[in-house]
Each structure stands twice: as C-alpha cells, then as structure tokens.
Ligand binder design. Structure first.
Ligand code: SAM
Length: 338
C-alpha cells in the first residue's frame, strides 16, 4: 500500500457530521447479491437484486473513493451482499489500494468463494479480513444460511490463513435458540487457529428483522457465561470498528463484543455506507441517504463530488432507533453490508 506524506496532506477535518463526529471509514458494498440466505439477513428464495447496470463501475467507485480520500478518508471496507461474487474483485482492490491516503483496505466475506481468491486479494492489497461464521456444525450452517456448505467456508478460511492474512476476525451473530450452545466451541476454534472472535447482536433490519429480534441475545449474558470458563481482561485491536475487546488470559485470543442494541455506540460512529448502486447511507438503522451515483453520472467535477459528499454527511442522523422503532429500516442488510 502506498503511503503519502506531504505538508498539505488532507486530514479528515473535512469529513465531519453535524454532531462533530469525524468520518474515518466507508463501508463499500460492491454488490447486493449474496450466495447465502442467512435467516437474519435475506429471506430464503430472495432474488430481487439490482441488475448489474445499476451498480457503480470500478471506474466510478475509484473516482468516488478518490474524492473521499482527498477529503481525508483513510479506511475502506469492502462488503456486500457477498463481495466475492463481484467479478474481478482483486482488480478493484488494486485500484483502491493505489489511492493516495488510503491506509487500510479491509474485506468482509462469508468465505464461500475465498479458497480461490485469498492469495489474489492479499496480493492486490487487502489488509484485513472479517469472515462471518455463526456455527461449526454443517447441518446447522445449512439451516441458518439457507443451504450453504460449511466445508467451503472452512476451505476459504484456511486459504486465507495460508495467504498470510493475520489476524482474521470471525464474526459470529449470537442467536438465542439457534447457536447459543456454540459460544464456547467457537472460542476453542479461534484459539486453535489464531483467529480473533467477535460476537454480534442481531439487529432488526428489513423483512428478516422480526426473525432477528425473536432470537436476540444480549451479549452481556454471553460475556458472563464465558467468564465462568475463561479469564477475560480488557484488550484492544487495530481497526476502526465498534467492538469492545477482551483478551483471554493464557491464550492469544481476543474476543470482541459488538452491541448495537444493548449498548449502542452511535456517539462514536465514524462510518458511512455506500451501496452498490451508489447511494450513500448515513446510518445503518435509519433511512437517510444521498444519491452519489446521480452526481457521478451527471459529469460532476472533483470539486463538485467533494461538495456532494459533504452535503451528504450533513444528513447523518444522531443515532439509530433499532429499539424504539424496530420496523423502520425496510432495506435489507445485504444492501449496505452490515
Ligand atoms: N457477506 C459478507 C459477510 O458475510 O461478511 C458481507 C455482508 S454481511 C451483510 C456483513 C455482516 O452483517 C455479517 O457478519 C452478517 O452476519 C451481519 N448481519 C447481517 N444481518 C444482520 C442482522 N440482522 N443483525 C446482525 N448482523 C447482521
């Protein structure tokens, strides 16, 4: 990754929202399509996706990220849908990692297609990986994901490890009555492989929101349960995300708790989300958005793009209302990548 230091280097002082929060991080969805149908995310059988014509091209994404970077953005996370179903993803990674100022280019994936792409992604400039994995049981994996094959994910994970990604973070959505008997097993699995483990609370988003809410698990309880078996002390991890980390004494394992519901972290929110069709979503739990594709395709200059980004940031809501207003967000999580 290129590092550019000059006396007039942009800082992200130009990326500030109305509540004084500095935006450091764009989650960039490269497709709304996914090869899994996780019960809390996409309904089984769903295939009403955007047509590829609606997606931003690699050139358009690159231009937009250049405009963000010129305002001081330093981090991008590629997500989806499932980002690895977008053709030629390593080419996009190469383009983004060459943008002056971008220091961190991470990727969230379900790893189903990772075995063939891990090495190319690493070489193209992906710096960090988050892999979703809610269970270690093949039958349960198929059930949760609407027919997915756990062995493919395992092959993908091992390929990522072999390609040299470290640390690899495992994201496990904690669900009462679904995988709550596997928290300890996942800790053991992550210790064995040197992965970092993050538990996530389910959020009510889209038409799967009710299902998600009905299996909601407060992570405070998970932490208490783990403390009976492990000694946990506060720890830190690189990355701009909202997880609170604990270190497991006697091991290299760090466990992150992502608690959007039980302890929301909106006051420190440092991110915005760009959908595959170029809508900038200002909050995961609100509908506020700004059409940047329209600006791009109207032939905007660099300065006009920058101005549009700043206009969009002015729309960032103070906080989500998942608790007060759980049915509010009608789009699927796959549109904004979580
Ligand atoms: N397909 C990629 C992956 O699996 O990481 C990227 C997109 S996926 C939407 C990103 C993350 O959002 C995954 O870890 C997934 O488990 C999480 N997610 C999706 N819907 C959720 C929900 N309703 N509540 C909590 N997490 C959710």
């Amino acid at each position: 990754m290129k590092s550019h230091h000059s006396s007039n280097e942009a800082d992200n002082g130009d990326l500030v929202d109305p509540f004084g929060r500095h935006i450091e991080y764009v989650r960039l969805s490269v497709t709304d399509r996914c090869n899994l149908r996780c019960s809390y995310c996409l309904p089984k059988g769903f295939d009403d996706f955007e047509v590829p014509d609606e997606w931003l091209s690699f050139e358009e994404i690159e231009r937009l990220m250049q405009a963000f970077a010129s305002l001081g953005l330093k981090r991008i996370r590629l997500t989806g849908g499932e980002p690895l179903v977008r053709r030629n993803l390593p080419e996009l990674v190469s383009r983004l990692s060459a943008i002056a100022g971008i220091e961190d280019l991470s990727l969230s994936s379900n790893a189903v297609l990772m075995d063939r792409q891990a090495a190319a992604l690493k070489q193209a400039g992906v710096t960090r990986l988050n892999i979703s994995l809610d269970t270690l049981r093949a039958d349960r994996f198929a059930e949760i994901t609407g027919g997915g094959h756990l062995d493919k994910v395992m092959a993908g994970l091992m390929a990522a490890k072999a390609a040299g990604f470290a640390p690899i973070k495992i994201n496990m959505v904690a669900m009462k009555g679904i995988n709550d008997d596997e928290y300890d097993a996942m800790v053991d699995f992550c210790i064995e492989h040197g992965f970092t483990l993050r538990f996530i609370e389910t959020m009510p988003v889209g038409s799967t929101g009710r299902w998600a809410s009905s299996h909601y698990q407060d992570l405070g309880e998970v932490r208490k349960q783990l403390k009976q078996r492990f000694e946990l002390v506060p720890g830190v991890m690189p990355g701009g995300g909202p997880a609170r980390y604990e270190r497991v004494i006697g091991t290299d394992l760090r466990i992150g708790f992502i608690t959007p519901i039980s302890r929301h972290f909106c006051e420190t929110c440092n991110r915005v989300r760009l959908s595959a069709d170029g809508q900038l979503y200002l909050c995961l739990g609100q509908n506020a958005r700004y059409d940047l594709r329209d600006v791009l395709r109207s032939g905007a200059s660099e300065a006009e793009l920058q101005a549009a980004i700043q206009e969009a940031l002015a729309l960032k809501p103070q906080r989500h209302e998942f608790k007060e207003n759980p049915e509010q967000v009608v789009r699927f999580m796959s549109m904004t990548g979580g």
